[in-house]
Design a protein around this ligand. Structure first.
Ligand code: ZN
Length: 258
């Protein structure tokens, strides 16, 4: 049986796809991928995600500015993001959040301000959010709690099982990448054990995070079957059931028909 895969987080606008983007997208469609949420990480990435969702029937867009570019978030940018959401295939605000890992990123206060402004926009527009959190678990959670009406996913989850429980408590979904298939994966598998089936999302974060056996290579959405296989094993259910559940979850989050 072929899996009907929905990739909840991808970057097909990345330059690593410039040579063969159309070909790869056709290939993943033939491999059973029925949906892709392409996420903007800069305002240019948001525009590109918007364009991809116009071009391909199974592509949807999240529009937002990643913390790496937090210093670029101003009224004009927020207005452009808001304008893009009037297209029906723009389904979320993202990716937004905090990244304290890279010293070259804007200062924490600048990141927090850009994050809050985009959370505020999501609340106003009644859209879910795609959250990026790297080495900023506490501050991320504190800000999410300020916006109780907003729901979303903590993508490429990198926290502890305890932090996952805190995110689940406020209604968020947990995004799993190819990391679950890595030989040295331990913490993320403990997280997978804790997250109920109705809160699991599968994502590539492509071109990054390719699962074993493609680790280190360019990632693409049909490889999600390897993540589904690993998590299904942990949950002791079939790959098909795990994948179907994850597909339903992302559709529910994006307010799409199940
Ligand atoms: Zn991403």
């Amino acid at each position: 049986m072929e899996l009907k895969i929905f990739d909840s987080h991808a970057h097909y606008d990345d330059e690593s796809f410039d040579e063969d983007r159309d070909k790869v997208i056709e290939e993943i469609r033939n491999e059973g991928v029925i949906g892709v949420l392409n996420c903007g990480s800069s305002i240019e990435g948001a525009r590109a995600s918007f364009e991809l969702s116009k071009k391909y029937d199974f592509f949807y867009a999240a529009v937002g500015v990643h913390p790496e570019y937090a210093d670029k978030v101003n009224d004009e940018v927020l207005k452009e993001i808001e304008d893009m959401t009037s297209f029906h295939k723009v389904k979320a605000i993202g990716e937004i959040g905090l990244d304290y890992y890279w010293e070259s990123n804007p200062p924490k206060e600048v990141q927090k301000e850009a994050f809050r402004k985009q959370m505020n926009l999501a609340r106003k527009l009644n859209l879910p959010v795609v959250i990026h959190d790297r080495d900023a678990h506490k501050d991320t959670l504190d800000i999410l709690k300020e916006f109780k009406e907003v729901n979303g996913v903590v993508h490429c989850f990198s926290g502890s099982p305890e932090f996952a429980k805190e995110c689940l408590k406020i209604g968020y979904y947990i995004g799993f990448t190819g990391v679950v298939t890595f030989k040295n994966a331990k913490k993320i598998l403990e997280v997978a054990k804790e997250v109920p089936l109705n809160r699991i999302l599968l994502e590539t974060d492509c071109p990054y995070m390719a699962p074993t056996p493609y680790r280190g290579k360019r990632n693409q959405s049909n490889y999600i079957k390897y993540m589904a296989e690993k998590i299904a094993e942990i949950k002791e259910i079939s790959i098909e059931d795990l994948n179907n559940q994850a597909t339903q979850n992302i559709k529910r989050l994006l307010n799409m028909e199940l």
